[in-house]
Every structure is written in structure tokens, then in C-alpha cells.
Design a protein around this ligand. Structure first.
Ligand SMILES: Cc1cc2nc3c(=O)[nH]c(=O)nc-3n(C[C@H](O)[C@H](O)[C@H](O)COP(=O)(O)OP(=O)(O)OC[C@H]3O[C@@H](n4cnc5c(N)ncnc54)[C@H](O)[C@@H]3O)c2cc1C
Length: 426
């Protein structure tokens, strides 16, 4: 009997893997929302109006041994008797759910810095379908939006609101957009595109206060008072680890510590997704939650799986413009650009990082098609690929979609030029 707390990305894929591979295993999923799975990553598209809220909600595939308790909030876990207490949010009844193995996957919650006025009407965080609907409705009568934070969620939300016709400003305390994913020299292209879309950006600045009576009417940024009538706070998330605190090992920020088998410090309790720190660190992405879910599902059902070091492959997109990265910086960098295709004026720019023995350790790319280049690098990195594997890979070509001498080859060759190679195998 396996219990899963949270039917988000991690919980969904753990349950799905177990239901597919161990059809007789009984699974109970406890989820506080009253609808089944949804795609948080698609919220900006809902706000933009490209898709409807109901499009991003998907039912869990029917499986006879999977019981899904929707609108049930887990409120206590007794790790000795292996029982979970869950409140039925519709009836108020408290239920007890037994487990042999527990997969804990409650995700993270938005974090808002202590800014005066952040509790005013018209100030939103972004996580659920309800947030998407509320923002969309509020934006109908708003004119000027402030987005705080220029990470993926901030930039995607800024673009969505701009497409709805609002004037949009992004404020970011770091020096450029996507500060954890790309370098300043790459971010300058992103900024050019944001500005072309009509989105203003302010970097190296903090929001000191949000002002207004009940509703937000503006913000003080670097001492200047600016008018806004809707504010999106995309300032990070904190792990939802409360139910296991004091019971399993957590770090100083509240992330649950797990090993490479996704085991917590106590037997039979696995944790996955946005609430964990693995031996490789914290990565809060759907892609990471998915791989962690499969590892936990295999181990919880008697198999043996370990999580390899993730590369942190990342992409964010606004319109058809992509910002992608993988891995880290290396000692040597190679840079390059090519057009999207031989007849296009649009560019894709890429940077590849290697060590002195040619091992690829990371890459960054911006422009349409950036993610497909980063995925190639990510796949090679999984087996410690070398830069010549990238420079001389056989990349498919058709002028409709790319250049023959593609940015990926140009950037890789530029990195290779710095190595003393005696014989080339092309
Ligand atoms: C707007 C937005 C855009 C994003 N875009 C991307 C993207 O493009 N690419 C990408 O890789 N990642 C993206 N992410 C991040 C990605 O969604 C998360 O990393 C991923 O969903 C984490 O999975 P999880 O299972 O840990 O948590 P979640 O998917 O958040 O699921 C946790 C679930 O647990 C439930 N829960 C919590 N506490 C309890 C409780 N006590 N009892 C019962 N249920 C509980 C919650 O209701 C929730 O459904 C985005 C996130 C957001 C918010």
C-alpha cells in the first residue's frame, strides 16, 4: 500500500509509473485541490488568453487500484504507526490513511519578500489555476502592470499581460533577466526582444513598497513613485515541508534532504519535487520532479533506481522566443550565432562551456529553437560528451527550419579552437 501526498508533477508521475508497472499495487493519493492534475507551466498561456483554464486540467488515467482523494489535505503524518491524517475539505471529516511506503510530493509555495503593501488587492502570486483565473479577470480592468522578478515565471507573465494590452514593466534586483540561467552578454538579446515587445525592464533595483489604499496603485522603486494597477510577484518559492519537519532531516531553508534514491532520513518515506534537496542540490523544475518521481516509484515498489546528477536543462519562452541553458560554466567558452534559416533576419545565439580536456559542462542559447540546441548538449552531457561530439555531430538540415552551418556547430568549433588537437575525426 503506497500513499502519495500531492498530485502535482511529482505525485502524478510517481503514481503513473507504479500503476503502469505494478498494476496490483494499491495507491492512495491525497490532494488538497478539488480537481485532478494541472500544468502550472501553462498558466502564462491561460493569462494571455491563448488557452482556457480548463485546457490545463487533466484527469488522472482511470486505474482500478488507484484511489484519489481530491479536496483532502494531509495534516499529519505519524511515521511510527505509518498513518496519515487528512481533512476532507468538503465535509470536514478527518480520515486516516495507512501506508507501507509514503511518497511525499507537496511541492512549494510562492514566497513574497517582506515588502510593505504586498497584501493589497491587485497583488498576485502565480501557482494554481485559481491564480491564473484571478489574474486574468483582474487584468481586464487594469492598464499598467508591474512584474517583480525577471526569472522564467516573471518574464512569461509579463509577456502574457502585454499580449492582453497592458503596459508592462519588469523590475529585477539582479543585473539582468534570467539571472540564474544565463549570463549578462546573452541576456542583452533577451532584453532587446522584451523591449521590442513593448515590455520595459528595470534591473538592479528593489521594490521598496507597494502603495494604494485598498487596491494597489503603484510602487516605490529606487525612491521613485510609479503608477501600477496590477502587480505580479514572481519572487521565488519555499518548500512545503511542514508535515515532515522534526521527523526527517531538512536543511536550514526547510528543504527535505534525500539521497540519490529519493529516500528521506527515515525508512519507507520518499520525498520528491520542489520540496527536496538531493545530493546534487535544489532544482525546482517539472523535468526534475518527473525523474525524481520515477526513481522514488521504482524504489518504493522494491526495485532499485538511482538519480543521476541532473544537468538542470532549462527553457523559458515568451511568444516564439526561447531562453535556454544547461549545466554550468567551464574554463573555456565558445560563442556563435546563426540565422534561424538562410533567409531569416532573426538570430539564435549560443555559448558552450568546456573543460580543458574537451568535456562539455554547459551551454546557453537564446532565440527561436534555443531549447532544441540545449537538449542536444544536455543529452551529450549525460555521458560526459566531448566538444568534438557536438562540433561534428550529424545535425539534420532543411532551410525551412535551420542553417546548415548551425549555431551549435559554430559555438562548438569556437570552443574547440582553444584546444590543441592533433588529429580531427570529423
Ligand atoms: C507558473 C509556473 C510556470 C512553470 N513553468 C515551468 C516550466 O516551463 N518548466 C519546468 O520544468 N517547470 C516549470 N514550473 C515549475 C514546475 O511546475 C514545478 O517544479 C513542478 O510542478 C514541481 O512538482 P511537485 O510535484 O514538486 O509540486 P507541484 O506540481 O506543485 O504539486 C504539489 C501538489 O501537492 C498538493 N499539496 C500540497 N500540500 C498538500 C497537502 N498537505 N495535502 C494534500 N495535497 C497537498 C498541491 O495542491 C499540489 O497539487 C513552473 C511553475 C509555475 C508555478
Amino acid at each position: 500500500m503506497i500513499a502519495i501526498i500531492g498530485l502535482g508533477t511529482g505525485g502524478l508521475y510517481a503514481a503513473r509509473w507504479i500503476a503502469m508497472h505494478h498494476r496490483n499495487e494499491k495507491i492512495t493519493i491525497i490532494e488538497k485541490r478539488d480537481y485532478e492534475t494541472y500544468s502550472p507551466c501553462s498558466i502564462p498561456m491561460v493569462v494571455e488568453g491563448k488557452i482556457k483554464p480548463e485546457d490545463i486540467v487533466h484527469p488522472f488515467p482511470k486505474s482500478k487500484n488507484v484511489e484519489i482523494l481530491l479536496a483532502h489535505e494531509a495534516v499529519d503524518i505519524d511515521i511510527n504507526s505509518k498513518k496519515i491524517k487528512a481533512n476532507d475539505l468538503k465535509t470536514g471529516e478527518v480520515k486516516e490513511i495507512n501506508y507501507d511506503k509514503l511518497i511525499y510530493a507537496p511541492g512549494a509555495k510562492p514566497w513574497v519578500p517582506p515588502i510593505k503593501g504586498a497584501d493589497k488587492e491587485g497583488v498576485f502570486t502565480v501557482r494554481t489555476v485559481e491564480d491564473a483565473i484571478a489574474i486574468r479577470e483582474y487584468a481586464e480592468t487594469a492598464n499598467k502592470a508591474l512584474v517583480v522578478g525577471a526569472g522564467a515565471i516573471g518574464v512569461e507573465m509579463a509577456y502574457a499581460l502585454r499580449k492582453r494590452g497592458l503596459e508592462v514593466t519588469i523590475v529585477e534586483m539582479m543585473e539582468h533577466a534570467f539571472p540564474t540561467a544565463i549570463d549578462k552578454d546573452m541576456a542583452k538579446y533577451v532584453d532587446e526582444r522584451l523591449n521590442k515587445e513593448g515590455i520595459s525592464t528595470i534591473y538592479g533595483a528593489k521594490v521598496e513598497a507597494l502603495i494604494g489604499t485598498e487596491k494597489v496603485e503603484g510602487a516605490i522603486i529606487n525612491g521613485d513613485e510609479l503608477n501600477f494597477d496590477i502587480v505580479i510577484m514572481s519572487t521565488g518559492v519555499r518548500p512545503e515541508s511542514a508535515l515532515l519537519r522534526g521527523k526527517v532531516d531538512v536543511d536550514e531553508r526547510g528543504f527535505i534532504l534525500v539521497d540519490e534514491k529519493m529516500r528521506t532520513s527515515i525508512d519507507d518515506v520518499y520525498a520528491i519535487g520542489d520540496c527536496v534537496r538531493t545530493p546534487y542540490g535544489v532544482i525546482q523544475l517539472a523535468t526534475t520532479a518527473l525523474n525524481q518521481a520515477i526513481v522514488a516509484a521504482i524504489n518504493a515498489t522494491g526495485g532499485s533506481a538511482v538519480l543521476k546528477k541532473p544537468n538542470g536543462a532549462f527553457v523559458s519562452a515568451f511568444g516564439d522566443y526561447e531562453v535556454a541553458s544547461v549545466g554550468t560554466h567551464g574554463k573555456i567558452a565558445g560563442r556563435g550565432w546563426s540565422r534561424l534559416n538562410p533567409y531569416s533576419v532573426e538570430k539564435i545565439v549560443m555559448k558552450v562551456f568546456i573543460e580543458e580536456d574537451g568535456t562539455i559542462v554547459g551551454a546557453q542559447a537564446v532565440g527561436k529553437g534555443a531549447s532544441s540546441r540545449i537538449d542536444i548538449v544536455s543529452a551529450l552531457m549525460r555521458n560526459k560528451g566531448k566538444i568534438w561530439d557536438l562540433a561534428y555531430m550529424e545535425k539534420s538540415y532543411c532551410p525551412e527550419v535551420c542553417e546548415l552551418y548551425d549555431v551549435i556547430k559554430i559555438a562548438a568549433e569556437n570552443a574547440m579552437r582553444r584546444l590543441k588537437i592533433e588529429k580531427y575525426e570529423v
